[in-house]
Design a protein around this ligand. Sequence first.
Ligand code: ADP
Ligand code: MG
Length: 411
Amino acid sequence: MSLKTILPGSTSPTGQQITLGVMGGGQLGRMFVQAAQAMGYFTAVLDPDPASPAGLISHFHIQTPFDDEQGLAQLMQRCEAITTEFENVPAPALVTLGAHRPVAPSAACVAIAQDRIKEKAHFVQCAPVSSVFPAPYATITTDALLAAVPADLLPGILKTARLGYDGKGQVRVSTREELAAAWAGLNKVPCVLEKLMPLRGECSVIVSRGADGQTVSFPVQKNTHHDGILAITEVFEGALDPALAARAQASTVALANHLNYVGVLCVEYFLVDTADGVDLIVNEMAPRPHNSGHYTQNACDISQFEAQVRTLAGLPLPTPRQHSPAIMVNLLGDLWFAPNAVREKVSERGVSPPWAQVLALPGTHLHLYGKLSARPGRKMGHLNITAPTVAEVRETAAKVLTLLGLPPLAA
Ligand code: ADP
Ligand code: MG
């Protein structure tokens, strides 16, 4: 079903609360729920985990598997429109929902984003319009295709076509022998082998596209990863070359248009050195708000989550304006165990990172996801830092990183 306008504060003839739904109860779902609730909507979350970050704060939490027919029926019964917060939601579940309720993004778009083979084919198909190509790659689904891999893709990164995230499902390989062993180690599931690119940097772009095709773009994010996980996002004048940033934005809009995409979309890019300077390579896309877009919560007049709500509810979406230079620091579970960090003893039973000292610095905005236990590598929250000037935001970020025992910002 196509989207219609669902005005905030409206009442239904049957007295049922006007409710927006989300498939998935992770932190992205939680922040969607918070944005929807801020505008007066009721929310429903479908996620089997009783302690899911979004489920804990939603008006309704349907605790069934994502493909459970009764769960999906309950979600449809409750909701005027439904979105998703993770790309691994089973596409058939979105097809079921989409037959009866407006669903954005559509099952077809999510199905492309959740499969690297389809995703890369989409990038290649769009290249004449987006003028940006993916890294050289080969699809590996059979022993014959494995044997036919061109030698110039090595050294490379073997990535599972499905279910990879935060660097999981990826193996770096240098030789054919390593490649064959790595593919066997991944149980020969469908994969892509990507050439290892000499990265100068990484960036990403968030756009939101309405059912009418109107698309707005957020300012481009410069990203730093550690061990395959996003560590820092910086968004301010001078963080990225303006011409490259403009190209990344135009490419992202072209990719969204080509899919007739409706909703929030994030596309990740590599910046690579070439003979004539720095070029853009498209890496992957996420059919939802993205970790690198969290800075919008405190540095822009519309956050990526409010954009998701507005698009789903068919509301107007003027171009978001960034009002402050911003740096986002990801808070992984490692911080709860970090030997170099200042730590605060919060009770006889536990310690916490030094939030009181961090929050004493001007322009620090703490977002924790309500996860009940910390584990190394687990995304526990993020910290947005804003300031009136680039120098000040970098200065505060440097203090924060020292307090948390994290590596300093690159020069
Ligand atoms: P995920 O789904 O885990 O985010 P990505 O494909 O984005 O997977 O890879 C995670 C990170 O690994 C990237 O952000 C980048 O830092 C590095 N990486 C991935 N592919 C390549 C490549 N072809 N060349 C160099 N670095 C890469
Ligand atoms: Mg990625």
